[in-house]
Write a new protein. Sequence first.
Length: 278
Amino acid sequence: MPGPAAQFVPTYVSNEHFSLMNSPRYAPIRERLAPAFAEIVPPLDRLNRTFGLTARPHELFARDEELVLVIMPRAFHPAGETFGAPFVFVGSSIDLAAPADRRLLERIAPGRRVVYISFGTVMSLSPELVDTVCKAFADDVWQVVLSLGDYTPALTLPGNVIAAPSVPQLDVLRAADAFVTHGGVNSAVESIAAEVPMVVLPLTPEHAVTADQVAALGLGTRLDASGTTPEALREAVDHVARSASIRRAVSGMRRALEVDGGYRAAADALAAVAGDRS
């Protein structure tokens, strides 16, 4: 008899009250889903025949096991209060007390306000956005830490900009006063854990949902990824960094991470499911 199954979900889950695919943010891509699923059918049929499976295309993307561990605060998830079993929100298990990578932090001038700008490990900053960043912070008031991804600037960056293909994100967030992000769920949760307000420039429908949540919950603000001016970016960063109400909201959401229980809650839920089937 097969053992119990569980899954970890580091993004949004769905029920009758909320679904990514049915959200307004996904409307532009819904018409492209049917052809995409049709392309999956032949190879999935071969896989089923080879291994005696009965998997269907949608199960590759939207299958709920006996236990679904959601790696974000319930309070951050849209309609989070409506999710019962099999969903268990465990928040996060980020250890901000771990030793910091001092090599980059030592390059940050003492007493400077720090804005960290990163679009994650999958997305890269565009030349247009890097130019916008340089113009937005040209007056040298802010220390900018810039994670470039695969993009290599053609021109020399200003002296107040520290740039690298990737940076130790948790370490930088501990020193940051504001975080400019694409809105990946992992980045948003890490920002909450470090109590850093966000400016979200979403690149995908999922990122747009994160941006909506950040704005609705008062954790920061959102801008359009395309067409954002240096003035708008600077104003947004200044606003989230100085807003007492945003700081209070981020601090409250950070406490929600602890309430959800982290890795201990995940271990307890896994043990309970295993015990039910032993």
